[in-house]
Design a protein around this ligand. Structure first.
Ligand SMILES: NC(=O)c1ccc[n+]([C@@H]2O[C@H](COP(=O)([O-])OP(=O)(O)OC[C@H]3O[C@@H](n4cnc5c(N)ncnc54)[C@H](OP(=O)(O)O)[C@@H]3O)[C@@H](O)[C@H]2O)c1
Length: 334
């Protein structure tokens, strides 16, 4: 990590945006710890990526109870990295975690009940060694638990000082609307909505983005590189050590389709004409929407992370570029 005397310069390397109608700014590029920070991963690389992120003005780190593998190990590793390298920097960081997916055995280790959420945040605080999370999410609407019950748990978490803000992830629009209204009525307005958004996955354009904006809620995109498909990584086959090749990766070989790779090749040519890598253009494309606060990127090396951080050097598109991209994307989104 940089010497604190140089501290200002790292913030010059990033851009920040207010999250919805809140007073909290987030970096346009945030770092997610879903993959590459677990027990199965290289701890030195993980440490170097967190240092690289922070040195380049990435203040926001996104976790969840189940990130690993093994589940919980990403939180544990992040806690260790913080303790060993970032003592004294807590007030310069926005750290989020989530509860809602399968985490431990039995009827209370999964889903969005008050019981699961309350137990889970305590476990996450213990694993990371943090006193509080900046943002705590309901990781999903589980299809059964009344949204009132889940939201009341989030409200109480803030009132108990265990989190400063709350967010929703992957909520169907009508459930999100109900949640935004209840949270606001109870004095704990929803800070942020986290959902999947990339050139390849655009469902949030239908309702989710508009609804968040209407309620003054920020939006943060996960998997903005479609887990690596929107980079130059798979243009010549599936490399060893890539997410698609790893047994612990969530990207399956059958998702690396010829259609997607052909489109990625065309996009790669457009990116080159803009003087960008495909990864940079894909991130800039998500960030161009005013309603998007930040993108959460994943990375398996410092080199990838640096590539992604340089996105902020060119976030603008001409009308013609957007048209050409739109025509190319018709081949995968139709
Ligand atoms: N709320 C939710 O339910 C949810 C769900 C999923 C994710 N998330 C959050 O979103 C974060 C990001 O998700 P994600 O990891 O799927 O994001 P992503 O940015 O779409 O994909 C990251 C992967 O793409 C490859 N990559 C990244 N930068 C690259 C570059 N410059 N050049 C070549 N390849 C590059 C790497 O794959 P290789 O490993 O193959 O090198 C990397 O692991 C997660 O960590 C998590 O915090 C949330």
């Amino acid at each position: 990590m940089e010497n604190s005397v140089l501290a200002n310069s790292r913030y010059d390397r990033m851009q920040y945006k207010y999250c919805g109608k809140s007073g909290l700014m987030l970096p346009r590029i945030s770092l997610g710890l879903w993959h590459n920070f677990g027990d199965v991963d290289d701890f030195t690389v993980a440490t170097d990526m967190i240092k690289c992120a922070f040195d380049n003005g990435i203040t926001h780190f996104d976790l969840a109870n189940n990130y690993g593998p093994t589940p919980g190990s990403a939180e544990r590793n992040f806690g260790k990295i913080l303790k060993d390298n970032f003592a004294g920097y807590r007030d310069e960081m926005i750290i989020s975690s989530k509860a809602g997916h399968l985490m431990w055995e039995g009827p209370y280790g999964d889903g969005s009940s008050r019981k699961s959420i309350m137990a889970s945040i305590d476990q996450s605080l213990r694993r990371t060694g943090l006193e509080y999370f900046d943002i705590f999410y309901s990781h999903r609407y589980d299809g059964v638990t009344p949204v009132e019950e889940t939201m009341q748990a989030l409200i109480d978490i803030v009132k108990q000082g265990k989190a400063l803000y709350v967010g929703l992830s992957k909520y169907p629009p009508e459930k999100a609307k109900f949640a935004y209204e209840m949270l606001k009525r109870n004095g704990v307005p929803c800070l942020i909505n986290q959902d999947k958004y990339s050139m390849f996955v655009r469902k949030v354009e239908d309702e989710t983005l508009g609804l968040a904006s209407e309620y003054g809620v920020g939006f943060i995109a996960f998997s903005p590189l479609a887990q690596g498909l929107l980079t130059n990584k798979y243009l010549h086959g599936i490399p060893e050590n890539s997410r698609a090749a790893k047994s612990s990766g969530f990207l399956k070989v059958e998702q690396v389709t010829n259609d997607k790779i052909n489109v990625a090749r065309l996009l790669n040519e457009i990116a080159a004409r803009r003087g960008q890598t495909l990864a940079q253009m894909a991130l800039a494309w998500v960030l161009k929407d005013e309603r998007v606060t930040s993108v959460i990127v994943g990375a398996s090396s410092v080199k990838q992370l640096e590539d992604n951080i340089h996105t902020i050097n060119n976030l603008s598109f001409t009308f013609d570029e957007l048209q050409v991209i739109e025509n190319v994307l018709l081949q995968v989104n139709s």
